[in-house]
Design a protein around this ligand. Structure first.
Ligand code: FES
Length: 150
């Protein structure tokens, strides 16, 4: 267990919970950016949500490229692409061909470089390697906040 976890466990042992634990933990850690402990600690700043959704702030430098059609980001094993002025597509990064975690977005489609599987923006296979398709996720844009429903 690392030092951070020990500190968290220590604070928990004092009986602090939820928001107060969060506040004390952030202050004690001296972190410039602090995320809710319920989230994956590897998620970059500007990422929020709960177990059922991923929330991306498109004003954050990490995600601002999603403001331009044709760009994509990969967050927690999900590839999220801006496919038009008004639409996004989100799919698993894990290729259905042989399970490689290599799928990315290029030229308007999802692609796995391992053996060349191709999928359209709806996750439908475009060649024999991609015939099993990709798991897709719904997306919702509200202002500059993009939600991916898990
Ligand atoms: S694992 Fe992706 S194309 Fe084979």
């Amino acid at each position: 267990m690392n030092e951070k976890m020990n500190r968290m466990e220590f604070l928990k042992s004092l009986g602090l919970k939820g928001a107060s634990l969060f506040a004390v933990y952030c202050a004690a850690s001296g972190l410039s950016s602090c995320i809710n402990e319920s989230m994956d600690p590897t998620l970059p700043p500007g990422t929020g949500g709960n177990a059922n959704e991923l929330t991306l702030d498109l004003n954050e430098p990490t995600y601002s490229k999603l403001n331009t059609t044709g760009n994509y980001v990969t967050v927690s094993g999900i590839v999220i692409a801006r496919i038009s002025e008004t639409a996004f597509a989100a799919v698993t990064q894990v290729c259905s061909h042989e399970g490689k975690r290599k799928v990315y977005f290029r030229s308007g489609e999802f692609y796995c470089p391992e053996h060349g599987a191709r999928f359209d923006a709806a996750g439908v296979g475009l060649n024999s390697e991609g015939r099993k398709g990709l798991k897709t996720y719904q997306t919702q844009l509200a202002g500059t906040t993009l939600k991916v429903i898990l």
